[in-house]
Design a protein around this ligand. Structure first.
Ligand SMILES: C[S@@+](CC[C@H](N)C(=O)[O-])C[C@H]1O[C@@H](n2cnc3c(N)ncnc32)[C@H](O)[C@@H]1O
Length: 261
């Protein structure tokens, strides 16, 4: 995790759930898509990498009722501190690189190879440095049992959010391509495919502007306060309507470890 994204999540931790649970329907919809893509069953050992505040881990516990606690891993202590310690969740302070054994100099979390049935990385892979992405995915895939699944949920390279132009441009420049991520998953020895899922969001404009001011997306943390103010003015002008409607589209990169031959 870069120091910019580390600072971003230190600052965001307290308001993260508030910023993202603006639509319970969205959270429920996303949880159902995750459970279905990972084919989750109660006996599965689940690892949520970059779990943040545990927003989705909590929902998965409710929906799937796993017998073993969901391993909820994040390198940001501030985000992980927000994970409610419930019987169903076990927090782990670790990055994707550490779990995939790319960064071996620091804490080496103990997740045994071939011990996990389902790994989720939701809106996390862009935080792993481009040079470490393939090795991290290869390392994580080694944690999977036979038939185990890896699900990487990410935004596509183009989004239709009502953001200001420079934020959209910078996002497009930095966002990794799901095709490239799927190629890493294949090279790690898993079968891989991409499915696109879309949710129609409607958010009151004032609420959305507040989210932008709160820098709800990490790309917004690359702008200073004056640029954010100007960006908010630009969005306000471009959208005279009081409710903003836009599609939230996600790439689901799904990998499955083949059974041992
Ligand atoms: C956009 S949030 C997503 C949180 C959660 N997955 C969700 O969907 O609500 C990104 C999370 O990735 C974490 N993160 C940043 N760098 C990471 C890394 N190298 N490995 C794992 N997680 C990382 C951040 O601390 C943050 O909690």
């Amino acid at each position: 995790m870069t120091s910019t994204s580390s600072r971003h999540y230190e600052r965001l931790a307290a308001t993260y759930d508030q910023l993202w649970t603006h639509s319970d329907t969205f959270v429920r919809w996303m949880t159902e898509r995750v459970a279905e893509s990972l084919a989750l069953r109660p006996h599965h050992r689940i690892l949520d990498v970059g779990c943040g505040t545990g927003l989705y881990a909590r929902q998965l516990v409710r929906a799937v009722r796993p017998v073993k606690p969901v391993l909820c891993a994040d390198p940001s202590a501030a985000m992980l501190d927000r994970v409610e310690p419930t019987a169903g969740i076990h927090p782990v302070l670790a990055s994707a690189e550490q779990l995939g054994s790319v960064r071996t100099g620091t804490v080496r979390p103990r997740v045994r190879p071939r011990s996990i049935d389902a790994i989720l990385l939701k809106e996390v892979i862009h935080h792993v440095a481009p040079a470490d992405r393939e090795q991290t995915i290869t390392g994580l895939s080694r944690l999977l049992v036979n038939d185990g699944r890896l699900l990487i949920i990410m935004l596509p390279t183009q989004i239709r959010y009502p953001l200001f132009n420079e934020a959209l441009r910078r996002f497009e420049e930095l966002q990794p391509d799901p095709e490239e991520i799927a190629a890493y998953v294949r090279r790690a020895g898993l079968s891989a495919g991409i499915e696109y899922r879309e949710f129609a969001l409607t958010v009151p404009k004032e609420r959305y502007l507040e989210m932008v001011r709160g820098r709800y997306m990490s790309i917004l943390s690359t702008f200073d306060a004056a640029e954010i103010d100007a960006g908010i003015g630009e969005i306000d002008l471009a959208h005279p309507e009081s409710m903003l409607s836009f599609p939230d589209r996600f790439a689901f990169v799904i990998g499955t470890r083949p059974p041992m031959r």
